[in-house]
Write a protein that binds this ligand. Structure first.
Ligand SMILES: [Cu+2]
Length: 166
């Protein structure tokens, strides 16, 4: 009994610093070095839909350019960085093959009808309220882990992303 209490106390000591790190993430902000991500979010997907989206604000707070070169998630087989372009009156998504460069002090807002993360080969639909872990990868080897908060479609803009063509 005494021994198990000691183990429990030790476990609490381990948990406490983790809880502090979590508290810093409050407000859905994440940062690593000069890279800052705010408001990572997503939308629920209907059953059978193989792709989901990821939106966020990516900011470069340093004095060197940063380049987002990729991302991955345990919820998706593949994650791409897409931009949206208008072609002959149709919105189309294009992968950013060379990544996305952000100048010192600059930012890129990933949002509906604009840049977005494309979560492909979802292992199951994204559910409202879920937090989807995504690791962003930057040139130079830096990574940043964020959680997309899956918001209800009610909060969505009138036009649906799924109508877009790749
Ligand atoms: Cu896309």
């Amino acid at each position: 009994m005494k021994a198990s209490r000691r183990v429990l106390a030790f476990a609490l000591l381990l948990i406490a610093p983790l809880a502090m790190v979590q508290a810093e993430d409050h407000g859905h902000g994440h940062h690593a070095g000069d890279i800052r991500v705010d408001n990572p979010w997503s939308r629920p997907t209907p059953p059978g839909t193989p792709v989901g989206v990821g939106y966020l604000t990516l900011r470069n707070t340093g004095d060197q350019k940063i380049t987002l070169i990729g991302a991955d998630s345990p919820r998706a087989g593949h994650v791409s960085i897409h931009r949206t372009v208008m072609q002959e009156g149709v919105m189309r998504m294009q992968p950013l093959a060379d990544g996305l460069e952000i100048a010192p002090g600059g930012e890129q807002v990933f949002k509906p009808h604009g840049h977005h993360l494309m979560l492909e080969q979802l292992n199951k639909p994204l559910a409202e309220g879920e937090r989807v872990p995504v690791t962003l990868q930057f040139r130079g080897g830096q990574t940043l882990q964020v959680e997309l908060q899956v918001r209800s479609l009610d909060a969505a803009e009138p036009m649906d992303h799924s109508g877009m063509k790749h």
